[in-house]
Design a protein around this ligand. Structure first.
Ligand code: GLU
Length: 451
């Protein structure tokens, strides 16, 4: 509930001006609800118009992306970069190539990114970009021509100290390679710190592809520790088996836990023995062949496949981790999750839960709920470490990067729990992450004057 008059006024004004951006309003509302006690402690923020500025992106760049398909026909997509907030560092955040992309989705992601990046403790502001281009079913050369055209429009607005894009849904190593090649060609400089998620041969960081999933499991370990519990033997139900989901499967298996349920676009798999060993390689193969179907896993290993359903509500697990996309868990699924008796609900994808569903789960006395902007921060965190390596022109070992990632996730959990405690909210990791992320950005904005 928004009770603070100032925050209510800001939100209502925003809702009026952005009525066609529901995901953005959803993300803002969740944060404003959490930071009420902080804003009440800092009456100077109102005079400084701090929240009005916080919810307005510093800049949005929109551009046309024309490209030639394999038949020689010209296609046109829409490209965006939302430069949300640079108070604590250059804009930083991924590019999403997916048919669902529009300005409202990218504003929600850029807004979330601002707080997430703050939580990593690294100097990174918030940004996000992308296009309604769908890479699925396109040839390599089509993807390359699209990426070259996208970067031709974007290159003048980014740079290692200005704005550093990376991957998100639909943008992986292949796309980052084509984007970087075109940037270098246009600018005639090396400047590889302009993008993260690069290949190892031109300045990428070890562990970056796995970082989001590994980080999520490290965070889960901290939650379990807090509850005097351990990860050994835990059974996880996740949605999504992309880059992030796969990282969770791998790290969970390494630490003696296992993913026993996973959902894809076509339904869900139940493998009581867990996705471990060579099954992890099969997931990669299956995804490369056809990212829309996980049923081949059931066919190969003779396990259960439930078509058209999600695994929310299954009882024989210990942890739920939605790791697919936004608003994957709505009220109907939240009710099933609460009724299942499972204790841990750990968000991984950006905003995977609708606000009513999230508040419902947070209100369950038997549950611990953790928010995506803390849990998935390891991805952008290792992007920050990639930037550090690029700046010092060195390459760190996998052990060094992993150790830093682990430390970062422990710290994010710690500062979130402490922030909630400081405001008398108990072990509320959702509010705690919002408060901890907000405090640093707010202070930086306040100290730098009005702009
Ligand atoms: N797209 C990822 C995220 O949502 C990573 C962004 C990055 O590495 O800049 O945080």
């Amino acid at each position: 509930m928004l009770t603070n008059e100032y925050l209510k006024r800001v939100y209502d004004g925003l809702a009026q001006r952005n009525a066609n951006e529901p995901e953005f309003l959803q993300a803002v509302r969740e944060v404003l609800e959490s930071i009420q006690p902080v804003v009440e402690k800092h009456p100077e923020y109102e005079k400084a118009g701090l929240i009005e500025r916080l919810v307005e992106p510093e800049r949005i760049i929109t551009f046309r992306v024309p490209w030639v398909d394999d038949q020689g026909k010209v296609q046109v997509n829409r490209g965006y970069r939302v430069q949300f907030n640079s108070a604590i560092g250059p804009y930083k955040g991924g590019l999403r190539f997916h048919p669902s992309v529009n300005q409202g989705i990218l504003k929600f992601l850029g807004f979330e990114q601002t707080f997430k990046n703050s939580l990593t403790t690294l100097p990174m502001g918030g940004g996000k970009g992308g296009s309604d281009f769908d890479p699925h079913g396109k040839s390599d050369m089509e993807v390359m021509r699209f990426c070259q055209s996208f970067m031709t429009a974007l290159y003048r607005y980014i740079g290692p100290d200005i704005d550093v894009p990376a991957g998100d849904m639909g943008v992986g190593g292949r796309e980052i390679g084509y984007l970087y090649g075109q940037y270098r060609r246009l600018k005639g400089v090396w400047e590889n710190g302009v993008l993260t998620g690069k290949g190892m041969s031109y300045g990428g960081s070890l562990i970056r592809p796995e970082a989001t999933g590994y980080g999520a499991v490290y965070y889960l370990q901290e939650v379990l520790k807090h509850e005097n519990d351990t990860i050994e033997g835990k059974r996880l139900a996740i949605s999504g088996y992309g880059n992030v989901g796969w990282g969770i499967m791998k790290k969970a298996a390494e630490l003696g836990a296992k993913v026993t349920y996973f959902a894809g676009p076509d339904g869900y798999i139940h493998d009581p023995d867990g996705v471990v060993g060579e099954k992890l390689d099969f997931i990669l193969e299956m995804r490369a062949k056809d990212p829309m179907h996980c049923k081949p896993y059931a066919d190969k290993y003779g396990v259960e496949f439930v078509p058209g359903e999600k695994c929310w509500g299954v009882k024989d697990v210990d942890v739920y981790m939605p790791a697919a996309t936004q608003n994957d868990v709505r009220m109907e699924s939240a009710e099933k999750i609460a009724a299942s008796g499972v204790k841990y609900y750990i968000e991984v994808a950006n905003m995977p839960t609708t606000n009513d569903a999230l508040n419902y789960l947070r209100a369950q006395k038997h549950m611990v709920v953790a928010p995506s902007k803390a849990v998935n921060a390891g991805g952008v965190g290792v992007s920050g470490l990639e930037m550090s390596q690029n700046s010092e022109r060195l390459v760190w070992t996998a052990e060094e990067v992993d150790a830093q990632l682990h430390k970062m996730m422990k710290n994010i959990h710690k500062v979130s729990a402490e922030a909630a405690e400081e405001y008398g909210l108990g072990y509320d990791l959702v509010a705690g992450a919002n408060i901890a992320g907000f405090k640093k950005v707010a202070q930086a904005m306040y100290e730098q004057g009005v702009f």
